[in-house]
Design a protein around this ligand. Structure first.
Ligand SMILES: [Zn+2]
Ligand SMILES: [Zn+2]
Length: 63
């Protein structure tokens, strides 16, 4: 079982900027749970994963 990041859904796991109420959706999909950080533009998912971190290979937790 993968540990869920305590920051998941609350702050950006890339820059720790708090998720805003008017946070932009990641994409038009209604089922998409990702949200985009207003500060660094990174995409975060509900599990605390982050597109930027993933791209840099630092926060990979396997699939
Ligand atoms: Zn999306
Ligand atoms: Zn950020």
């Amino acid at each position: 079982m993968k540990p869920v990041d305590a920051r998941a859904g609350k702050v950006c796991s890339n820059c720790n900027y708090r998720r805003q109420i008017d946070n932009r959706k990641h994409c038009p999909s209604r089922t998409c749970t990702w949200w985009k950080c207003l500060r660094c533009g990174a995409s975060n998912d509900e599990a605390g994963r982050n597109s930027v971190v993933d791209l840099q290979g630092r926060s990979k937790r396997g699939a």
